[in-house]
Design a protein. Sequence first.
Length: 205
Amino acid sequence: MSWLDALLRWFDEHGRKYFWRFSNDWYVTIVAEIMLVRTRATTVERVLKDFLARFPTPRDLCNASDEDVVPFFKRLGLIKRSSWVRKIVCTILEKYGGSIPCSEEDLEELPGIGRYLKNVILTKLCSIPRPFVDTNVLRVLSRYLGRDLDVDSAERWLSENVPPNLLYKTNLALMDVGAVLCLPREPRCSSCPLRDWCRYAEQCS
């Protein structure tokens, strides 16, 4: 069994089953990813469900007032995200007729779309596989390879070592390993699906 087989098998059994991961709706994806920035996914899950019940479509959100939207982001502790998400969603609605643009140039022109979110959108919604690297993925890969990686080198390694059709699932699996096993302090190496190949696990007690 390869490291990738072990990782994806673990993910099938133990991966976090957040509902937005199984949605191909651009609206759900974008709102979820913006809410997830520096926020615990368990907290986002509750707020996002309430948000989508109140604003089930992009048009509902764009027709709402700031006063309607702010309370949901206040629950996350970062009020400024309310205007961020509305700008992105309303731009897609008005400029692109409610269809997500799938060129890198168009995505980069959307207000507040950074490298990570752009790559999530391309991979998940546009069938253009890209690695997307957050702090969890960066930590797992750095430990696995036994060297400090930056985002560029992590993306390059994933592109070279993961088949394009498995990139989305692999990214999620690495995130989850980092979130529940490969912790910044006291990592649970003995439970990690990558332990047999990981440089860090050789010294982990």
